[in-house]
Design a protein around this ligand. Structure first.
Ligand SMILES: *[C@@H]1O[C@H](CO)[C@@H](O)[C@H](O)[C@H]1NC(C)=O
Length: 260
C-alpha cells in the first residue's frame, strides 16, 4: 500500500481573502473574474461586472463598453480597470478516485456491494461508488475526485480547502468576537463583551446577562425563569477579543498540500 503523506500549512497571507472557485484568492471587497487561460483574476470592485475581454472589469451597476474602454450606465462613464491576477495559494490537489470493482477479496465493501482496496474509502460518485485513496474522504461535486474529511472541495473539484476550525461569534460591531457557545452583549461603554452562555439574554444594566428563557431582574441581581418564575443567578460577562485590523471574519485559512 502506497503511503500518502499529508502536510498542512497555515497560510497567513490569505487572511481576509475571498476564495475563487478554482481556489485562487482575491482580497476582501474584490470580485473574482474568470479568465479562460489564467484561471481567475481579481477586480478591485465589489460585485464587479467582469468584462468579456477577460482583462477588464467595471463597478456594480455599470456595463462594460469596449468602444469607450469604459464602464457606463445612464449617469456615468468611467474608464474600465484592469484585473489583477488572483493569488494562487498552495492548495492541496484533490485525489483522483478509482472505480469500485468486484472481487472476492476481503476489501472494503461499499453499500452497493462493489469493493475498494483496504485503506480507501467508498464514496458515492455521480452514479456508482468510487474509491478514494484516503481512509476518510469526502467526494467532490464532479464525482471523480475526493478530499480528506474536514475539507471542502473547490467548486471545480480540483483542490481541497481546509474547513475553518476555530468557531467564534462575531459581535455586531464587526470587530469584537466571542468564543463559540457564548453571546455578544453590549457593555456600559458601548463596546462588546461575551456572556458565557449561548443565546443569552443581555440585561439592561449592560453588565450582566441571563440564560435563555429567563428575564433579568437587575434590581435583585437575579434571572427569573419566564414560566416557572424560578430565580437563577446572573452572569457577569467576559471581555470580547477584538480582531486586529488585518484580521477578518473569514480568518485564517489552513490550506493543505499533498505529496505523493
Ligand atoms: C451607475 O454606476 C454607479 C457606480 O457603480 C452607481 O453608483 C450608480 O448608481 C449607477 N447609476 C445607475 C442609474 O444605475
Amino acid at each position: 500500500m502506497q503511503k500518502w503523506v499529508v502536510i498542512c500549512w497555515a497560510v497567513l497571507a490569505v487572511v481576509g481573502a475571498d476564495v475563487c472557485p478554482d481556489g485562487g484568492l482575491c482580497k476582501e471587497g474584490e470580485t473574482c473574474c474568470n479568465s479562460p487561460e489564467n484561471g481567475y483574476g481579481c477586480c478591485r470592485y465589489e460585485n464587479a461586472e467582469c468584462c468579456d475581454d477577460h482583462i477588464h472589469c467595471c463597478p456594480a451597476g455599470t456595463v462594460c463598453n469596449k468602444a469607450l474602454s469604459g464602464c457606463i450606465n445612464t449617469t456615468l462613464t468611467i474608464p474600465w480597470v484592469k484585473r489583477t491576477p488572483a493569488d494562487q495559494p498552495k492548495l492541496c490537489k484533490s485525489f483522483r478516485m478509482i472505480k469500485a470493482y468486484e472481487s472476492q477479496e476481503d476489501d472494503n465493501i461499499c453499500p452497493d456491494l462493489s469493493r475498494c482496496p483496504a485503506e480507501f474509502s467508498c464514496l458515492k460518485g455521480l452514479t456508482k461508488f468510487a474509491c478514494c485513496p484516503l481512509t476518510q474522504g469526502i467526494s467532490c461535486p464532479d464525482g471523480k475526485h475526493c478530499c480528506p474529511e474536514g475539507h471542502d472541495c473547490s467548486s471545480d473539484s480540483r483542490a481541497c480547502i481546509k474547513k475553518e476550525l476555530v468557531v467564534t461569534v462575531l459581535c455586531s460591531d464587526g470587530v469584537s468576537e466571542c468564543p463559540d457557545g457564548t453571546t455578544c452583549c453590549e457593555t456600559t461603554e458601548g463596546k462588546w463583551a461575551c456572556c458565557p452562555l449561548p443565546k443569552a439574554v443581555c440585561c439592561a444594566d449592560k453588565i450582566h446577562c441571563c440564560s435563555e428563557g429567563t428575564t433579568c431582574d437587575v434590581e435583585h441581581s437575579k434571572c427569573i425563569h419566564s414560566s416557572t418564575k424560578k430565580e437563577m443567578p446572573m452572569w457577569a460577562k467576559l471581555p470580547a477579543r477584538v480582531r486586529a485590523a488585518w484580521e477578518n471574519q473569514k480568518g485564517h485559512k489552513f490550506l493543505l498540500t499533498v505529496f505523493l
